[in-house]
Design a protein around this ligand. Structure first.
Ligand code: FES
Ligand code: FES
Length: 213
């Protein structure tokens, strides 16, 4: 007859419980489990009007895909954590902080515009020209982001006053402090766009005026 006292019963329960609890953890340790192969994806997007299919690791930010996979290094990486605006681009016409969004989230034909896509047929975008005219940069590191954000700001109609422009461009940091000239450039481009929209397309064609904004 087995001598089953309380001490031996509890000891046996712990031993059996341990085996039962550990079994699922150990199951598979000694076997080759099928590897998770879904760590990369092909992202289908339009970048500056061109259809692209780009293979990326699923953890790749949109910024890194543009810079490292699409060879579009005009979009700058400043903080890589959403604090400086240097990586601003347009996705389907909306301003997007590209370091804060995964590339795979835009699979399916998102329409992406980067700084490389602003000029048309060798002609600078009106806001690019305004930045030159107003001397709206020094080192230039923030400039691509400022321009993309400025285009978005103008399209959104947030250019009623210098204060409004400053408010709606406040996510774009300029370490050189070129803010005054940036605001002036955005205001001038917005004013010119409004004027141009009032001209007929024939007049614009004859005068060679661009109204890309
Ligand atoms: Fe994206 Fe600074 S690099 S916000
Ligand atoms: Fe140097 Fe803006 S021009 S950071």
């Amino acid at each position: 007859m087995v001598d089953l006292n309380r001490r031996t019963f509890v000891g046996a329960s712990i031993a059996v419980g341990g085996v039962v609890a550990t079994a699922p953890l150990l199951a598979g340790c000694g076997e080759d489990q099928p590897a998770n192969t879904a760590t990369s994806s092909v992202v289908r997007v339009r970048i500056n009007g061109e259809a692209r299919e780009i293979a990326v690791d699923n953890r790749t930010s949109l910024l890194d895909m543009l810079r490292e996979r699409a060879d579009l290094t005009g979009t700058k990486k400043g903080c890589d954590q959403g604090a400086c605006g240097a990586c601003t681009i347009l996705v389907d016409g909306q301003r997007v902080i590209s370091c804060l969004t995964l590339a795979v989230m835009h699979d399916g034909g998102a329409d992406i515009t980067t700084i490389e896509g602003l000029e048309h047929n060798g002609r600078l975008h009106p806001l690019q020209q305004a930045f030159i005219d107003e001397d709206a940069f020094q080192c230039g590191y923030c400039t691509a982001g400022q321009l993309m954000s400025g285009v978005g700001c103008i399209k959104e109609g947030h250019t009623g006053s210098p204060a409004e422009i400053r408010e709606w461009m406040s996510g774009n940091i300029c370490r050189c402090g070129a803010y005054t000239n940036i605001v002036t450039a955005v205001a001038n481009a917005a004013r010119n766009a409004t004027t141009l929209r009032g001209l007929s397309s024939t007049t614009r064609m004859l005068t060679g005026c661009a109204s890309d904004i």
